[in-house]
Design a binder for this molecule. Structure first.
Ligand code: COA
Length: 151
């Protein structure tokens, strides 16, 4: 995983996200169907992967979903965003999100949002997302805040 120049970001299948979902985000889970989330198989859902030398190193899933407190329009929610620990801080997550937003923009998406873990708030802020509202607890995952941006 030495050559971080050679990053490829592309859409992937839902079940390709399972190993990284388990490894990076949900350590109590096995890499398998328990990593499925509602909406994964919806036709509008976009699963993105960032590869280094054909190894999948970062994932993120965009699902069409309106947030009740955000402007209405075509909205997507980013879920299960994660980069392998050994590959963090090298630009993979940001390239994945930016490529995903380019695709969503072509689909007429206006707004993208996520429930952001406190430990990741700086990542979203660095990408120009607004972090708003109070903190809330998500069971098993800890404190979160709403992060969003217009496209
Ligand atoms: C948050 C996460 C997805 C970021 O992915 P990444 O591939 O490491 O991010 P990048 O290398 O593209 O970072 C982009 C920018 O955000 C910054 N950044 C990344 N993670 C950050 C964090 N946790 N806090 C503050 N800033 C962060 C980077 O320093 C970089 O800034 P720079 O351009 O000034 O150098 C990754 O750290 C991760 O998987 N964490 C564990 C799981 C998690 O918390 N997921 C988010 C759930 S909401």
């Amino acid at each position: 995983m030495a050559d971080f120049e050679a990053v490829a970001v592309r859409a992937i299948a839902a079940n390709s996200t399972w190993p990284l979902r388990a490894a990076v985000l949900w350590p109590e889970k096995e890499a398998g169907p328990s990593c499925l989330i509602e909406g994964d198989e919806a036709p509008e859902t976009l699963h993105m992967g960032a590869f280094v030398a054909e190894e999948l190193c970062a994932i993120g899933t965009f699902m069409q979903q309106q947030h009740p407190e955000l402007p209405s329009g075509v909205s997507y929610r980013l879920r299960a965003m994660g980069t392998l620990k050994s590959a963090q801080g090298k630009g993979l997550g940001s390239q994945l999100v930016e490529t995903g937003l380019d695709i969503l923009s072509e689909r007429g998406c206006d707004v993208v949002w996520c429930d952001a873990r406190h430990v990741a708030l700086g990542f979203y802020a660095r990408l120009g997302w607004d972090v708003v509202g109070p903190s809330y607890q998500v069971p098993l995952r800890g404190p979160h805040r709403l992060a969003w941006r217009r496209i």
